[in-house]
Design a protein around this ligand. Sequence first.
Ligand code: PA5
Length: 447
Amino acid sequence: MSLTLNTAYLADFVSPAELQAMEPYVQTAHRLLHDKKGPGNDFLGWLDLGQNHCSGELSRIEAAAQKIKRDSQVLVVIGIGGSYLGARAALDFLRSPHYNALPKDTPDILFAGNTLSPDALHEMLALCRGKDLSLNVISKSGTTTEPALAFRVFRDLVEKKYGKEGARGRIYCTTDKARGTLKTLADREGYESFVIPDDVGGRYSVFTPVGLLPIAVAGCNLTALLDGCAAAEQAYSNPSLAENDAYRYAAIRNILARKGRVSEVLVSYEPAFVMLGEWFKQLFGESEGKDGKGLYPTSMCFSTDLHSLGQYVQEGSPVLFETVLSLKHNRQDFFLEPDGEDFDGLNFLAGQNLSVVNHKAFLGTLLAHLQGGVPNLVVELEDRSEDTFGRLIYFFEKACAVSGYLLGVNPFDQPGVEAYKKNMFALLGKPGFEPEKARLEQLLSDL
Ligand code: PA5
């Protein structure tokens, strides 16, 4: 298996009997999910995207990616939340966090429309200056403000550069099959569009065109990615807690949370996994954080963050547990040569590979944190291949769905995301929000 959950270090925190006691609850959650009887059961299309290969869209996605690779130096991916985090995580994991700067034969990929900062928008535009561009605007609702605003700006840019007709061949819309202003615009203007299935929510959409088009443009192998996902679908369909790592992980999180470990840190020792941490935070944060419940998901990259947050993890409030992503095989190793002078006293490392030093840092940290009373789970990953990434994403998705049901929440909605939007629209004077505007302005002046 290219992904294994190692729970060997949990003995002091979760007993076999406690885990065994979760079996009936996990079985119930499994049945709710697979019989499609639980809350949010109209959003379960992600369960078998690996086997379904996004309902025949794959060849159109590959063809669009080939065209973008031929005619563009930059692809601007416009989307927010689940409409960009999966592709962003994949790009770093499968290629590199320095993808744009490193030599390659595929276009640069920029991510816009995930902030309202004018500085950020100007910087994106500056990065596009003088380059051949394509746009992939991604929004399931087709109405989200951040991407809609950025799309206005970038659409204008490509229309000015290539004319309306030329722009038409460079704009790709990924949206709902029928609803939303983006779909209406795509139909009216004749932009090529890709469908986000009705039954797949944003944060579960990596294996739909949402993730697949940008990932293909980056030169990654979609078939291997989807095959990895399909293998995970098979592996994590087993209802038995003992034989299903995704369910064991969900059950352990639940036990730890009930013991006061209410925040999970996704740890890695690879900068290429930092954006995966951002995707993970959204997946679990939006899925579980509701009805006054949910574990707080966060992420750290070690050893970097051992020099900033390590102190807190070791000796701070005892609310954390760690899930460590441990990579078995780096793409390339770095051999440490001896130094004649040994001026820095590091010759004890000479003759080693850097991966060994990184691994010892992991083991040393693991022991220190266990001694500090911090529970640690380890997810062992074989490599940074498409297959592993496909399995890993599905592992977390499946665990998150079951974890949500164990908590008694609907893991597929996000009602809390609407609150800030309503206030923002009211304060900006959007028609229809007049009474709310007056009330909010009064509240602000009372502060
Ligand atoms: O997971 C989700 O559903 C959200 O994070 C959405 O992806 C995000 O709010 C963007 O929504 P949309 O794709 O409708 O623009």
